[in-house]
Design a protein around this ligand. Sequence first.
Ligand code: SF4
Length: 58
Amino acid sequence: MNKDCNCTPNQSIKCTVSNCAHHCQDSQYCGLSSIQVGTHETNPTKVECTDCESFKLK
Ligand code: SF4
């Protein structure tokens, strides 16, 4: 019935990126035990400059 029940929400990593394969669809959490955050800018100055580098397309 619930094909995403094997995703254990990590209460320490809130996430709303439902397109990501690691996202727990029924809750706004990531299912990984840890994630890598990085930047695509040489001099990041705002939130848009940061990325979840653990993102994987569903
Ligand atoms: S890997 Fe990153 S983008 Fe994907 S669910 Fe986890 S925190 Fe969200």
